[in-house]
Design a protein around this ligand. Structure first.
Ligand code: GLU
Length: 307
């Protein structure tokens, strides 16, 4: 039995871009005749918006996208993340870091590491061999050490839409944070722990997250967890050509009437290259029928089978 998931962060309600990921992961679950779960990624409490979780679940339900199991909230799963961190501590694969953001920037400047502004900075590994009297603030994964153990700095993985991907995590990302200085769990650790704990076999999510996958593969290896299959979906771009996001003011989805719901789903389906359903405009096809047609389309496109 396969199991997929949609894992929104409740930093706002669903927008046209997040609906694409929701629809794609749901269709994949149906096409594989597996299960599909919704997980609320509210691990970064300060960024969450009160009421957003309820709103997202309500938006999914009017689109007829129902979780096949209990909706899990990451904020209730500290114990699991702590156990994973302790397992990595026991293997000597994480270390406490005492550097402040300012110190890291100074170290990078001194080393001449020029960084693209939008990319996460590469941590130069200052605390890898000890805190040097500093107070521990965050926990970092020792990418250098794990790369030595596994025999390569390169991570290769297969995306079902984008093909083979590879990244040198040591050079391009460095030792990344698993538990932040403010005590919050980092996305990378929480997502890997939850995907494994929930038995997720197929991850389908937006292409903007592609870059995180190599880090997640490293954590899966280090924790001895099975790697799910990955598929990253096309993004919806805003007028400025940038990815539509809550941060750049994506408009709220209009799901106020059956025609508006049909329209929103039709536009998500077009982004995925699925067929245009004419009857939808006239509302003669039920949403269930439409979803069934798209499931077949999806299966032909991404599973290369006729269900
Ligand atoms: N919570 C992430 C987001 O809303 C998605 C994480 C994932 O699908 O791995 O962008």
């Amino acid at each position: 039995m396969t199991r997929g998931r949609f894992a929104p962060s409740p930093t706002g309600e669903l927008h046209a871009g997040s609906l694409v990921a929701a629809l794609a992961s749901w269709l994949d679950g149906r096409a594989l005749r597996g299960e599909w779960l919704v997980r609320i990624e509210d691990v970064d409490g300060p960024r969450c918006i009160p009421g957003a979780t309820e709103k997202i679940l309500q938006q999914l339900s009017v689109c007829r996208l129902f979780s096949d199991g209990e909706v899990v909230l990451q904020s209730h799963r500290n114990k699991l993340y702590q156990q994973a961190l302790e397992a990595l501590i026991a293997k000597g694969l994480v270390y406490p870091c005492g550097c402040t953001r300012k110190e890291i920037e100074e170290q990078q400047a001194a080393l001449g590491l020029s960084l693209e502004r939008h990319k996460a900075a590469v941590y130069p590994g200052t605390c890898r061999h000890g805190l040097n009297g500093k107070i521990a603030r965050a926990w970092r994964f020792n990418v250098e050490k794990w790369s030595t153990v596994r025999g390569s700095e390169f991570v290769h993985w297969q995306d079902r839409r984008l093909g083979i991907q590879s990244q040198n995590v040591f050079q391009e990302v460095g030792d990344f944070v698993l538990k932040r200085a403010d005590g919050l769990w980092a996305y990378q650790l929480a997502v890997v722990v939850d995907d494994a704990a929930q038995g997720i076999t197929h991850v389908v999510r937006g292409e903007d997250l592609t870059d995180n996958t190599a880090r997640q593969c490293l954590l899966q290896e280090a924790l001895g967890l099975k790697q799910p299959q990955y598929l990253h979906t096309p993004l919806v771009l805003g007028a400025n050509g940038e990815k539509l996001s809550k941060q750049n003011g994506a408009k709220a989805l209009d799901l106020s009437s059956p025609a508006a719901i049909a329209q929103a789903l039709q536009s998500a389906a077009s982004t995925l290259g699925l067929s245009h359903i004419k009857q939808l405009d006239g509302q003669s096809a039920s949403l269930e029928d439409t979803l069934a047609i798209w499931t077949q389309d999806w299966a032909t496109k991404y599973l290369r089978v006729t269900p």
